[in-house]
Design a protein around this ligand. Structure first.
Ligand code: 7TS
Length: 402
């Protein structure tokens, strides 16, 4: 069923070498590699179908539009949204959150209001909200976490009050691998009528997500982290909320009627999609989602869980190893003795092992942990136990150098 050899053959880059050694790619939290089918679908569209969408009467434009809207339907199905009106295309998680922060801020946030984020957010789920706070005179409140990297739900409950306008929380921490109890977080906010945004950048690649089950009001994710192309992402929003928000950018496509005196806006989802969309990337994303769906998200999850547990076990036996967070998901952040994370990352790289080092765009989380950074190995559907062994051997080799 889950034939790792076959799967790896779908990803041409995995068979390349770096510094004369086989590539061990363990930086999947930053971006994933692309299967051949995704790249070929995009090349095929450029070669055979290319035309601007939604505006031509001609054959190619209609075909490109069909592909584009089929892509939206593929996303809708993948996240189990109620309607394609709820699926907005953006450039990625970052743009999705900026879009929401701007539009929601304009409509609903005023002086003295509060926005709740968590202690383990990526900068892209902090800074856009800070910008709203600055513009509107609102205030950011932060849900604290334990030393072990789990959110404190009682403290969260106490933060919610009549001034709270929105709760923004990551589904999975890109540093700690914590899978947050987002259904509970949503339920507690909804008890007070507060909407919730979930940052799904690090959850969508690893397990199935279901908008109707999560019941969140907004959800953001990136195509490039789920084997799709760069430059494309999604903002899901419940239709009732999206209807209430003003548009983001003005331009073509997002309008119904324009005169110099007055403009009326298009219906959902087009109201939020000004200008020519990256329709080729949408097609690529749809092919990527079909690819992971054919493998089965539950099989991907099982494979990655096994790898993560195996890695944590092997790494745990290394003297001086400190692993940060509960690594529920396919992410292990670590630090060995007093070897600087950058040294560790650079020397592992020389062995062909790609990991990420630094603050992982989560500086407030680093402050909370009292560290500057970590080394992070993050796994994907194509990684193997042999690659984990290579990582563990690599770490031991680096230690011997110090
Ligand atoms: N939210 C989370 C939880 C993330 O991990 C990232 C990217 C983003 C948002 C932003 O996504 P983008 O596609 O818009 O850039 N995280 C990482 C990472 O962990 N290493 O590189 C990028």
């Amino acid at each position: 069923m889950y034939n790792i050899e076959h799967i790896r053959n779908d990803f041409p880059i995995l068979s390349r070498q770096v510094y004369g050694r086989p590539l061990v790619y363990l930086d999947n939290g930053a971006t994933t590699q692309k299967p051949r089918c995704v790249v070929e679908a995009m090349v095929g569209e450029y070669y055979n179908v290319n035309a601007n969408v939604h505006r031509g009467v001609h054959f190619l434009s209609q075909q490109a539009t069909d592909l584009h809207e089929q892509g939206r339907e593929t996303v809708r199905h993948f996240i189990n949204a109620r309607s394609t009106a709820e699926v907005l295309f953006t450039r990625g998680t970052t743009e999705s959150i900026n879009l929401l922060a701007f539009c929601f801020g304009e409509a609903f946030i005023g002086e003295g209001d509060e926005i709740v984020v968590s202690a383990m957010e990526h900068h892209s789920n902090i800074v856009p909200w800070q910008m709203v706070c600055e513009r509107k005179g609102a205030r950011l409140r932060v849900v604290p976490m334990t030393d072990g990297g789990e959110l404190l739900l009682e403290d969260y409950g106490r933060l919610l009050n009549d001034r709270t306008k929105i709760v923004c929380c990551t589904h999975v921490s890109n540093v700690l691998g914590t899978v947050n109890p987002v259904k509970e977080i949503v339920r507690m906010a909804h008890d007070r009528g507060i909407p919730v945004l979930i940052d799904g950048a690090q959850s969508t690649p690893h397990f199935a997500v279901d908008m109707q089950d999560l019941d969140c009001d907004f959800f953001a994710f990136s195509g490039h982290k789920i084997y799709g192309p760069t430059g494309i992402g999604v903002l899901y929003g419940k239709e009732a909320w999206l209807e209430k928000l003003p548009p983001y950018q003005g331009g073509g496509e997002m309008i119904k009627k324009v005169t110099f005196e007055h403009t009326t806006y298009n219906e959902l989802p087009y109201k939020f999609e000004a200008g020519t969309p990256d329709y080729v990337a949408v097609h690529g994303l749809a092919v990527a989602l079909d690819y992971v769906s054919a493998l089965g998200m539950e099989n991907i999850y099982a494979h990655e869980q096994e790898l993560t547990r195996y890695a944590a076990l092997q790494m745990g036996e290394i003297e001086g190893m400190k692993i940060y967070g509960p690594h529920h998901d396919a992410v292990i952040s670590f630090q060995v003795g007093n070897i600087h994370h950058l040294d560790m990352g650079t020397l592992l790289d020389r062995l062909g092992i790609a990991v990420r080092t630094g603050h992982h765009c989560a500086e407030p989380l680093m402050h909370r942990l009292g560290i500057e950074g970590t080394v992070r190995a993050s796994f994907a559907l194509y990684n193997t136990k042999e690659e984990v062994d290579a990582l563990v051997d690599g770490i031991k080799r680096v230690m011997r150098m110090f």
